[in-house]
Design a protein around this ligand. Structure first.
Ligand SMILES: Cc1ncc(COP(=O)(O)O)c(C=O)c1O
Length: 340
């Protein structure tokens, strides 16, 4: 009944394939659990990642409103910015990216996601922080409107009603795949940045009637802030889909103990987890999102918060280009780790 609601919302499709679910058997055996990975790092467009699922619904709205320019914001290493630029190219829209630290846009730093933004010929504007970025986005939009253009502001990270639907819809795909594998997930774990992915998973949990726990590992923000934000986003998504839901804050689980000191902070312990997972499982994690989320997953199992013997689905939300954006710091720690 809920599934058919998706017919009524616009979606600009770029996803052509169902992404695989792989098992991390070495790590799982060590930890005494089964860990499965939804490989959304392999999603179809421009090096993949979770933002593609959200942007399909956001660009559905962009096209419906006949906007000719999109404007968004994020850090210099933003995956969301890269993929917004990719969708803009696909749909022939102009794109402005208002980018903030962490990271920089010095020419020596023109690599990783920033390099790809440039390949897509995005107009890049600097801001000193997210508040200034919001102001600049509104100014660009007003200026464009004055010139008779039709701009569309996409929220940071795609955290807006249509964006939430990306993972609400993905939940149907995930459950069907796991059912065919005869695996019922006890926990679903993902990195939480703006909260839209987790909100989508929670909305998908309601729509599918699933009883697994959805755990978000914050990559920077405090849990209290994120819980409030996710709560709002779940309802925004439900309203956009035109469904009535019952949902309480108690169902939102966010851990903020694995930020390594803040958004974008990279240290040796984090690089150790990334290199361990690469070595044992040939899975590439990034230092801003998935590396932190996997650190949380491992620690929560070790603390028995995630119970031994359980089935865990980790959503690989992508972000691999960030490995190359921070290659110096990562290689420095890798050398130290190897010497130990
Ligand atoms: C690779 C990756 N993982 C996770 C996230 C977090 O997703 P959300 O902002 O929906 O919480 C992002 C978003 O920036 C991301 O790029």
């Amino acid at each position: 009944m809920y599934y058919s609601k998706f017919f009524d919302v616009p979606r600009y499709r770029v996803i052509q394939r169902i992404t695989p679910i792989d098992e991390l058997s070495v790590l799982g055996k060590e930890l005494g659990v089964r860990i499965f990975v939804k490989r959304d790092d392999l999603l179809d467009l421009a090096l993949g990642g979770n933002k593609i699922r959200k942007l399909e619904f956001i660009f559905g709205d962009v096209l419906r409103k006949n906007a000719d320019t999109v404007i968004t914001t994020g850090a210099y290493h933003s995956n969301h910015a890269r993929l917004t630029a990719a969708f803009a190219r696909k749909t022939g829209r102009d794109v402005y990216l208002v980018l903030t630290p962490p990271g920089s846009k010095d020419s020596k730093d023109l690599r990783g996601n920033l390099l790809i933004d440039r390949l897509f010929d995005a107009k890049i504007i600097d801001a000193k922080d997210p508040d200034e970025a919001e102001k600049i986005m509104r100014e660009i939009a007003s200026e464009l409107e004055r010139r008779g253009r039709r701009p569309y502001i996409i929220s940071r990270g795609g955290a807006m009603a249509p964006g939430v639907l990306g993972y609400a819809y993905a939940m149907f795909e995930i459950l069907q795949q796991l059912y065919e594998m005869n695996i019922k997930p006890d926990y679903i774990v993902a990195a939480t940045g703006t909260g839209a992915t987790q909100a989508g998973l929670l909305l998908g949990k309601i729509l599918t009637g699933l009883d697994s726990k959805i755990i978000g590992i914050s990559v920077g923000r405090k849990a209290d802030y994120l819980i409030e934000k996710i709560y709002e986003l779940v309802f925004e998504g439900a309203r956009y889909l035109n469904v009535d839901i019952r949902f309480s804050r108690d169902e939102i689980i966010v851990y903020d103990d694995y930020t390594f000191g803040g958004y974008g902070v990279i240290n040796k312990d984090l690089v150790k987890v990334i290199s361990d997972v690469a070595f044992k499982e040939t899975i590439l994690l990034d230092p801003v999102y998935t590396g932190k989320a996997m650190t949380g997953l491992i620690d929560l199992v070790n603390k028995n918060v995630i119970k031994k013997g359980s089935n865990i689905l980790f959503i690989h939300t992508g972000g691999t280009p960030i490995l190359f954006q921070y290659q110096e710091i990562i290689s420095k720690y890798l050398e130290e780790i190897k010497r130990e």
